[in-house]
Design a protein around this ligand. Structure first.
Ligand code: SDX
Length: 431
């Protein structure tokens, strides 16, 4: 009886074989450890897009794409959405456990006392044209943070790692709000430490010198919930980017800035901005059918943004929560957005269409979030910035986890070379 913990792989052409151990985690499919495959068989594996490849072990987030399950440190996203706050979730992702009251009080104090950015950093925004995309400004500003904290950048020092995490979680809203205010020509706003995390952000975004800002509890609660839902998501493209950059020993600010730029793509976090622009382009429910036809047309690069997911082959649990939120928040804010009708009609039509059903394409986290951001007065170009504020907690939790894991190595994939065979240089006169 073969050992169930071993997979034997035989290359019949060379009769070389490899006995590869199976690794089981707490939940999810077992993984074949192919570490000795090249030595045993002389072969690499090939998996562009990493659809069948685990890049690391992690204890932070678990996703079951078939069942539509998402757990942060074992807690179902539905329960965290109903009972927690973004800052408490950030603590959970970083520390692995829900905080006791005194632990949260200390964490909240630490975060609120690292919210300011260096005064010199404010000058960075002057270098951008007023219509610069806020993601460009955010990525540049975050990467530059290492220039201000070079005394606390030892990736091997747990205290420096923790301080970087606090600084990043604290400063992302300040920098994000600065990106927005620079783009609309308003004076930048200092963080108010007496406000809670999301209220502080909304105050920095929308308070103007001419009149006090009426804080809106519905908006703050909705944004806090969106931040919880966007906080982490296992080894998605931007988190994998953070880990790959982190594996080189790069400082945390450079690693997180790499995650921000990876998130920007419309196939990833940039989808929430793309969804709203697509809904506006479709315009009315009557145009939904033609949009569905275009999305199915192989000769048309048009895709239904906010639909489909590499892992979820069922409803994205976050999309379910956000869809319910849409109705509640728009009603409470007294907003009647016709784009919500277009989105609902689009979802209804797609979920009945064989093309989407056969490919298990469901709405993902980005499909409805933009409608809420819009109702909160957040401009479309800022949608992915909102995603980045929330995901910074997940990114830095993964960055710390990788540095706490003994034996972590630099990430260095191989390739299938399809270029020219070896050949001699040809002098110019003979070309
Ligand atoms: C996020 O990884 C994460 O966890 C990401 C994220 C996170 O929290 O970090 O969840 C956040 O990025 C959500 C995804 C946001 N992106 C979008 O909404 C963009 C639209 N979606 C697609 O581009 C696509 O679905 C992806 C990128 C999300 C997933 O791409 P895959 O897994 O590589 O799937 P695929 O491109 O191989 O598609 C499989 C089939 C193809 O058709 P066939 O070639 O088999 O005929 O489905 C089709 C695709 O053409 N398809 C779509 C589609 N998505 C896939 N067709 C129309 N519209 C779509 N949106």
């Amino acid at each position: 009886m073969s050992d169930p913990k071993i997979v034997k792989l035989v290359d019949e052409s060379s009769n070389r074989s490899s006995e590869l151990p199976l690794i089981n985690g707490t939940l999810g499919p077992a993984c074949i450890d192919i570490g000795t495959l090249y030595k045993d068989t002389g072969h690499f594996t090939y998996d562009p897009g990493y659809g069948s490849t685990a890049s690391t072990k992690s204890a932070i987030t678990y996703i079951d794409g078939d069942q539509g399950v998402l757990l942060y440190r074992g807690y179902p996203i539905e329960q965290l959405a109903a009972n927690s706050s973004f800052l408490e979730v950030a603590y959970l992702l970083l520390n692995g456990e829900l905080p006791k009251p005194e632990e949260f009080k200390t964490f909240e104090h630490d975060v609120s006392h690292h919210t300011m950015m260096h005064e010199s950093l404010k000058n960075f925004f002057q270098g951008f044209h007023h219509d610069a995309h806020p993601m460009a400004m955010l990525a540049a500003a975050v990467a530059s943070l290492s220039a201000f904290y070079h005394d606390d950048l030892s990736v091997d020092d747990p205290a420096d790692r923790k301080l970087a995490a606090i600084r990043l979680i604290a400063k992302m809203p300040t920098i994000a709000a600065a990106c927005y205010r620079y783009s609309v020509g308003w004076p930048l706003r200092y963080p108010r430490n007496n406000l809670e995390y999301v209220d502080r952000f909304l105050h920095m975004m929308f308070e103007v010198p001419s009149e006090p800002l009426q804080m809106n509890p519905v908006a703050a609660k909705a944004l806090d919930l969106l931040f919880i839902l966007h906080a982490d998501h296992e080894q998605n493209a931007s988190t994998s980017t953070v880990r790959l950059v982190g594996s080189t020993g790069a400082n945390p600010y450079a690693s997180i800035a790499a995650g921000i730029t990876a998130l920007w793509g419309p196939a990833h976090g940039g989808a929430n901005e793309a969804v709203l622009k697509q809904l506006e382009e479709i315009g009315t429910p009557d145009n939904v059918e033609s949009a569905i036809l275009r999305a199915k047309d192989k000769n048309d690069s048009f895709r239904l943004m906010g639909f489909g997911h590499r892992v979820y082959k069922n409803f994205d649990p976050r999309a379910k929560i956000i869809r319910e939120m849409c109705h509640k928040v728009l009603a409470e804010l007294g907003v009647n957005d016709p784009l919500l009708d277009v989105a609902m009609k689009l979802e209804e039509a797609a979920l009945k269409d064989d093309y989407f059903v056969e490919r298990k394409l469901y709405p993902n986290v980005d499909f409805y979030s933009g409608i809420i951001y819009k109702a909160l007065g957040i401009p479309t170009e800022m949608f992915t910035v909102m995603f980045a504020i929330a995901r910074t907690s997940g990114w830095i939790a993964h960055w710390i986890e990788q540095h706490e894991t003994p034996g972590s190595r630099i990430g260095r994939p191989r390739q299938i070379y399809t270029g020219s065979d070896v050949r001699d240089y040809v002098p110019t006169a003979k070309r």
